[in-house]
Design a protein around this ligand. Structure first.
Ligand SMILES: Nc1ncnc2c1ncn2[C@@H]1O[C@H](COP(=O)(O)OP(=O)(O)O)[C@@H](O)[C@H]1O
Ligand SMILES: [Mg+2]
Length: 365
């Protein structure tokens, strides 16, 4: 039999989705075929320590990675041979074929870890440095969508120094140009952290202050009232394909951090309740969005669908969507008959194919 694929599962991380990531890793470990893979597990603590876990069960049971979890602190040696090494034990080393960075949000899904994997010369699942970074920055992401003519709601961006210099002027301009109600979000985050909806001009300044607690710039955008929230999974490298569609019922004013992860009020409906022509448009725009920010492997593209034309508006793309078996991304592929385990195999194959293609390019100029 051919050698097993040495798969590094990297999970936990420094974002608000630390626990979600741990749950995803637990599910991936349970699903992969031991005859095909030789897994190595590294949990990243909230403070950024990479911990090698010979036995991940205590971490899986706790649902989080502590600074002293497992055996050793490790690092990905970027000096070229793609090994995992440790300063705690100079004899420790693990060769790797492919990394699955099951990390969400800043310092995981934003191109930083992807840059490290590039330097280490190791294959990895998902978007590269550029796609990850552009998709994590809502302003750059929306500019990339606009450049491809992908419909979206109107927005403006304000940075902290400009807002502090002229709070009233900014508020007046946003209300005049975009009109209430408005959504305010930090540009570089996720999980709805720092997001608010405002219905009055008086509340807008506070909402911008709140978003600017999490980032140096905030996006202010027109609310798409009465919209359906529709999500599409995209899979592939050069020829990405779109899944059937799912719908989120937020169970609250909007799909907030609480409704996503805490109070369980939100639910998923698959397939989304849409007419065929609208569903086809969403799927087409999902692939266009994937290409617009230069994604690879996987991404989930989120839309707001409303009654007025243009009916389909892209909201965002997530380059490492939630990946537990009950998350939208795997569930949408399950609709097509692709199991969770098959999906992981496919993602690993795509990572290896992309790496092989990159390795065949000349880097000498
Ligand atoms: N322009 C908008 N109109 C209506 N609802 C919105 C709008 N922008 C965001 N929302 C709501 O807020 C949620 C979080 O916003 P989103 O842009 O997806 O941020 P995050 O990257 O944190 O997930 C969305 O899932 C949706 O419920
Ligand atoms: Mg979102």
């Amino acid at each position: 039999m051919a050698d097993k694929i040495k798969l590094l599962l990297l999970f936990g991380g420094q974002s608000a989705e630390h626990e979600v990531s741990v749950t995803s890793a637990r599910s991936v470990v349970a699903a992969i075929d031991p005859a095909r893979y030789e897994p190595t597990l590294v949990g990243i603590s909230r403070s950024g320590r990479w911990r090698f876990l010979r036995d991940p069960s205590p971490v899986f049971d706790a649902g989080r990675v502590d600074d002293d979890a497992g055996e050793l602190s490790v690092f990905l040696d970027y000096s070229g041979d793609g090994h995992l090494r440790s300063l705690d034990d100079p004899a420790f080393h693990r060769p790797l074929d492919v990394v699955f960075p099951l990390l969400h949000g800043p310092r995981g899904e934003d191109g930083t870890v992807q840059g490290l994997m590039e330097l280490a010369g190791v294959a990895y699942v998902g978007a590269g440095v550029v796609g990850s970074a552009v998709a994590m920055d809502k302003e750059l992401m929306r500019r990339a969508f606009a450049a491809e003519g992908i419909t979206q709601t109107q927005w403006r961006v304000v940075d902290a120094s400009r807002f502090r210099a002229d709070r009233e002027g900014c508020v007046k301009r946003f209300v005049d140009e975009l009109s209430l109600p408005l959504f305010v979000k930090p540009c570089n985050l996720g999980s709805s952290v720092g997001v608010s909806k405002v219905t009055t001009a008086a509340a807008l300044a506070d909402a911008i202050d709140f978003a600017l607690r999490f980032d140096y710039k905030a996006m202010v955008e027109r609310s798409v009232e009465g919209a359906q929230e529709v999500e599409c999974a995209v899979l592939g490298n050069e020829a990405p394909v779109a899944s059937p569609l799912g719908e989120i019922i937020p169970g609250d004013e909007f799909y907030s951090y609480e409704t996503k992860y805490i109070d369980d009020k939100s639910s998923l409906v698959i397939p989304a309740r849409l007419d065929d022509d609208i569903a086809a448009e969403v799927r087409e725009l999902a692939v266009a969005s994937f290409r617009a920010v230069e994604c690879f492997g996987l991404a989930r593209v989120d839309f707001l669908v409303r009654a007025d034309a243009p009916r389909v508006l892209v909201n965002e793309i997530n380059t490492m969507p939630g990946f537990t078996p009950i998350s939208m991304y795997p569930k949408l592929w399950l609709e097509t008959g692709m199991s969770y385990g098959d999906l992981i195999d496919r993602l690993v194959d795509l990572a290896l194919a992309r790496h092989a293609r990159g390795a065949s390019l000349s880097t000498m100029r």
